[in-house]
Write a protein that binds this ligand. Structure first.
Ligand code: C2O
Ligand code: CU
Length: 478
């Protein structure tokens, strides 16, 4: 019988092995050493078709990094690529200098260079790491990994804990990475780089061992450049227990699957109903037909877990400050551009340009408040401790996954296209503190954050082609 919270999983033990032979695990000054390097991956079932990828420590996803809430962790990064890079710790409310945003919080790590990230994760939960320098290329090529932060033993009742990193890859028939379409303006002005191959944990069909009767925690991470995915476990009752790393009051997961936009995380608890030998499909349901993406494989035995009727207990909440809605300053972000509603004009690097020049000369097809790309001035400035209510107005015909660095925020309301009034969020988002929110086409979403982390923080669309093609800005907390 596996004990509670044990990681019996392929994914986890493999990741640990990668650390051991791909680098060193050093105690003391540096907890992890991660080398950024070229590698080959088997992303397609056919073993003859391999893909040249960029990797952390030789594997895709990179090594599982694991820290504890409130305890320092440090990661030495060695860049063996021919391109500069950085690492951003997505969703972690850490100090600004460690946020890993090239050009805003640090210079990129040059080829052959090293950088040590060290920080104290304030929240337990499911996080991940990826470059923040040419993200659209570097993530597409395979640079991402999981960072789990453990709390204490009261962090939940379950028998197994699996991380599922989902990605869609655009590959050629040979299995080679599709280079020719990298930076394709058509992708940039439409949905972004969508793939043709889906992997969970870098595998065509991930297989995760379970024992009938067990309660299993599945932590889904969407590391795709641009694809909004939905996940479910066929024929099994599942509960949503956390969004973007932060616990939510457990809610029944919708039968149609749980939506996970690029960079978002959803933690599910699944009570396994089945018999030894059963293969229970993990399905991706965003398309017209459900895609089997992997399996929970039932092994011999029967868990002795006593099934309690009703919802599971909540995970223990982190200490994330709640915004004070009644005493807030306001800011607004209007998204424009993209295919079917192209920009007439926008400001780019201080110059007002017409849409055609923006696209052809600068690859810019989207704008935030009439500005394409980063500005000298922040979107808003907030004093420490101030609540900011931020209206995200999507005037484009495409959904966008808006991500804020260094903070988690509450969703105040949503107003769908054509609706005359805004309504409070529904489902698991009611009490959620998220770091990324999906704003549907022509939808307006109001969010609120308590600005308590000083520094310069990115705010961008996590559809990485959109980010590169205009949808990036920043805010200042002083
Ligand atoms: Cu996942 Cu700006 O990052
Ligand atoms: Cu977008």
């Amino acid at each position: 019988m596996p004990t509670r919270r044990s990681f019996v999983t392929g994914a986890a033990s493999l990741a640990v092995m990668t650390i051991l032979d791909g680098g060193r695990r050093v105690h003391g000054a540096t907890d992890y050493v991660v080398s950024v390097e070229n590698a080959e991956a088997h992303l397609i079932e056919d073993p003859a078709r391999k893909t040249g990828v960029w990797s952390y420590g030789g594997s895709v996803p990179g090594p599982l990094l694991r820290g504890r809430r409130g305890e320092p962790i440090s990661i030495k990064v060695i860049n063996r690529l021919e391109q500069p890079t950085t690492i951003h710790w997505h969703g972690l409310r850490i100090e600004n200098a460690m946020d890993g945003v090239s050009g805003l919080t640090q210079d990129p790590i040059p080829p052959g260079g090293e950088f040590v990230y060290s920080f104290v994760p304030p929240d337990a939960g499911t996080y991940w790491y990826h470059p923040h320098h040419r993200s659209w290329e570097q993530l597409a090529r395979g640079l991402y990994g999981t960072l789990l932060v453990d709390g204490d033993d009261r962090d939940g009742e379950f028998d197994r804990d699996y991380t599922i990193v989902a990605d869609d890859w655009r590959l050629e028939d040979s299995g080679a990475f599709h280079e020719a379409s990298l930076g394709n303006l058509m992708d940039w002005s439409h949905a972004g780089r969508l793939g043709n191959i889906l992997t969970l944990n870098g595998k065509a069909y991930e297989r995760l061992a379970v024992v009938p009767g067990e309660r299993v925690r599945l932590r889904f991470i969407n590391s795709a450049n641009a694809r909004i995915m939905s996940f479910g476990v066929k024929g099994q009752a599942a509960w949503i227990i956390a969004l973007d790393g932060q616990p939510v009051p457990p809610q029944r997961a919708p039968e149609a699957g749980v939506s996970v936009a690029p960079s978002q995380r959803v933690d599910l608890l699944v009570d396994v109903e089945g018999q030894a030998g059963d293969e229970i499909a993990i399905v991706e349901t965003s398309g017209d037909s459900n895609l089997v993406a992997g399996y929970l494989v039932c092994e011999k035995g029967q868990s002795e877990r006593q099934r309690q009727p009703g919802a599971p207990e909540s995970l223990r909440a982190n200490d994330v400050p709640r915004p004070d809605l009644a005493n807030a300053t306001r800011s607004a972000l209007v998204m424009t551009g993209g295919a079917m509603r192209f920009l007439q004009s926008a400001t780019y690097k201080g110059e007002s340009l017409d849409g055609r020049t923006l696209a052809r000369k600068h690859g810019q097809t989207w704008a935030f408040n009439g500005v394409a790309g980063m500005t000298d001035d922040p979107l808003f400035k907030a004093g420490r401790g101030e609540t900011v209510r931020l209206t995200l107005k999507n005037e484009t015909l495409w959904p966008h996954a808006i991500h804020l660095h260094g903070h988690h925020f509450q969703i105040v309301s949503r107003q769908a296209a054509g609706a005359s009034t805004a309504s409070p969020p529904e489902g698991a988002e009611v009490d959620a503190m998220r770091d990324t929110v999906l704003v549907d086409r022509e939808e307006t979403v109001e969010i609120a954050l308590l600005a308590d982390n000083p520094g310069k923080w990115m705010l961008h669309c996590h559809m990485l082609e959109h980010q590169a093609s205009g949808m990036s800005t920043w805010f200042l907390v002083s």
